[in-house]
Design a protein around this ligand. Structure first.
Ligand code: HEM
Length: 410
C-alpha cells in the first residue's frame, strides 16, 4: 500500500471521539509507565533462568539456597510485571489505537493464546516454587519450571510481535489478504525483528545481574543470611551484569543496522545517547566485576536509568516509523474532559502515590527484619494516609457517578 493510502487508513482507524486530554500527557505516561513493566520482565526472566540453572548445581548449599530464592523472586516478579503492564497498555491503545488494534486483530489467536499461555506458565512456575524447598525438588517439578519459563518467553515474544507489527501499517492489507484472499483466522505471526527481541532478552541479563548485587547488599543486615552466601550472590551478579551490558550493546548495534535506512535512526540524538549510555554501563560493570562488595544499589540505579532511555528510544523509533504516514499523535482530536482527567490525576498521585509508597516502604523495611516486623511511626502514618486517600477516592468516584446520573435523569 502506498504512503498516502496508508496515511488515510491510519487516520480513518483513529477513534472518532478523540481523546480526553492532551496527547503529550498520554505519551509521557505511556513511556514512563512502561519502565517498571520492563524492569520486572527483566528481573523475572533472569531469576527464572537462574533459579532453574542453580537447581542443577544444588549439591552446593549456596546454589541450593540461591535456586530457592530466585524461584521466589520470579514468582513475585511475574505477578508484578503483569500488573505493571496494564498502565502502558492503556496509554498505547489511546494514542496508537490504529497500530495496536490492527496488530492485535491480525494475530488475534496469539493475543487470546497469550492469556492462556501466561496462566499455564504461571501455574507451572508456582508448582515448581512450591516443590523447590530444602533440596528435594523432584525432576518433574524442574521440568514444570522449564515449561513456565518457556511460556514467559513466548509471551514476551508475542508482546514483541504486537509492538513490531504495529510499526508496519503499509503491510497490514497484504497480511490480511494473502494472495488476494481475506484471512480472518488471526493465526499468523506476520513480522518480528530478532535483534530487537534479542536486545530485550540481553537487557534481562544486565538488569538481573544488577539486581543480584543489590539483593546481596539488601540482606546484609539480616543475621540469618550468611555473609558468604551474600558475597556469592553479589559476585555472580557483577559477572552476569557485565555479560548482559556487552550483549546489549551488540544487540543494539544489530538492531540499529536492521532499521530501514528511510527511518534515519542514525541521525537521531537519542540513538547516540543510548549507545553512549550503554558504553558507560559496560565500563561501570567492568570496573565492578571484581569489586562486588560495597556496590550497594549503584548498578541497579544505572540499570533503571538505562531502562528509561530504552523506553524513550522505543517511542522515538515509533514516531520515526510513523512519520512517512504523517501520523503524529499531536494531531489527535482532543475533547477535553476536565473532571475525568482531574479524577485520574488525583487517583494516580493520591491513591497510587500514597498506597504504592506505603507498600514499597513496608515491603522494603519488613524484608530487612528477621521474624515479625513492627512498623515505625512513619510507616504507620503512611498506612493511615493511604487508607484515608482510598476511602476519599471511593467516595469521590461514587459521588461523581451518582451526581452525573441524577443530573441526567433528574
Ligand atoms: C511474561 C509475560 C511478559 C513478558 C515476558 C513481556 C515482555 C515484553 C517485552 C520484551 C516488550 C517489548 C517489546 C518490543 O518493544 O519489541 C513488552 C512490551 C509491552 N508489554 Fe509486556 N510482557 C509480558 C506481559 C505483559 C502483560 C501481561 C502486559 C499487559 C497487561 C504487557 C504489556 C506490555 C505493553 C503495553 C508493552 C508495550 C507495547 C507497545 O508499546 O507497543 N506485557 N513486553
Amino acid at each position: 500500500m502506498d504512503a498516502a493510502t496508508t496515511a488515510s487508513m491510519l487516520h480513518t482507524l483513529q477513534d472518532p471521539t478523540g481523546i480526553p486530554s492532551h496527547p503529550l500527557i498520554f505519551q509521557v505516561l505511556m513511556v514512563f509507565t512502561w519502565i517498571p513493566h520492563i524492569l520486572f520482565v527483566n528481573i523475572s526472566l533472569g531469576a527464572a533462568l537462574m533459579g532453574l540453572y542453580a537447581l542443577t548445581k544444588r549439591q552446593d548449599p549456596h546454589w541450593q539456597l540461591f535456586s530457592e530464592a530466585m524461584t521466589k523472586v520470579a514468582k513475585v516478579g511475574v505477578s508484578l510485571l503483569i500488573v505493571l503492564g496494564v498502565a502502558p497498555l492503556l496509554f498505547t491503545q489511546t494514542i496508537y489505537d490504529p497500530q495496536w488494534y490492527a496488530s492485535n486483530v491480525l494475530s488475534a489467536a496469539w493475543v487470546i493464546g497469550f492469556i492462556f499461555t501466561l496462566t499455564i506458565g504461571y501455574l507451572a512456575w508456582f508448582t515448581f516454587y512450591m516443590k523447590n524447598h530444602g533440596g528435594h525438588a523432584p525432576v518433574w517439578a524442574f521440568w514444570l519450571g522449564v515449561l513456565g519459563l518457556s511460556m514467559f518467553l513466548l509471551d514476551g515474544f508475542i508482546m514483541h510481535v504486537l509492538a513490531y507489527q504495529g510499526l508496519h501499517p503499509e503491510q497490514w492489507l497484504a497480511w490480511y489478504t494473502p494472495g488476494g484472499k481475506v484471512d480472518m483466522s488471526g493465526t499468523g505471526i506476520h513480522a518480528y525483528e530478532l535483534p530487537r527481541f534479542g536486545f530485550f532478552m540481553a537487557m534481562s541479563v544486565t538488569v538481573f545481574g544488577a539486581f543480584l548485587v543489590a539483593y546481596g547488599d539488601y540482606f546484609k543486615v539480616r543475621a540469618d543470611r550468611a555473609p558468604a552466601y551474600l558475597a556469592f550472590a553479589r559476585g555472580l551478579g557483577t559477572k552476569i551484569a557485565l555479560t548482559g551490558a556487552v550483549l546489549q550493546l551488540l544487540f543494539l548495534l544489530w538492531w540499529l543496522m536492521d532499521v530501514p535506512a528511510g527511518i534515519h535512526i542514525w541521525s537521531h540524538p537519542m540513538t547516540w545517547l543510548l549507545l553512549a549510555y550503554l558504553g558507560v554501563l559496560v565500563a561501570a560493570m567492568w570496573l565492578a566485576r571484581n569489586k562486588a562488595e560495597g556496590q550497594g544499589y549503584r548498578l541497579m540505579a544505572l540499570s533503571v536509568g538505562m531502562a528509561a532511555l530504552v523506553a524513550i528510544f522505543r517511542e522515538v523509533l515509533r514516531m520515526a516509523y510513523m512519520s512517512p504516514f504523517h501520523y503524529n499523535i499531536l494531531d489527535y482530536t482532543v475533547h477535553w474532559d476536565v473532571p475525568s482527567f482531574a479524577l485520574f490525576l488525583f487517583t494516580m498521585i493520591g491513591v497510587g502515590g500514597l498506597m504504592g509508597g506505603f507498600i514499597i516502604t513496608l515491603v522494603y523495611k519488613a524484608g530487612r527484619v528477621q521474624g515479625a516486623y513492627q512498623a515505625d511511626a512513619g510507616v504507620s502514618k503512611l498506612g493511615t494516609g493511604s487508607l484515608a486517600s482510598t476511602v476519599i477516592w471511593v467516595a469521590a468516584f461514587l459521588g461523581v457517578g451518582i451526581w452525573i446520573w441524577l443530573r441526567n435523569n433528574g
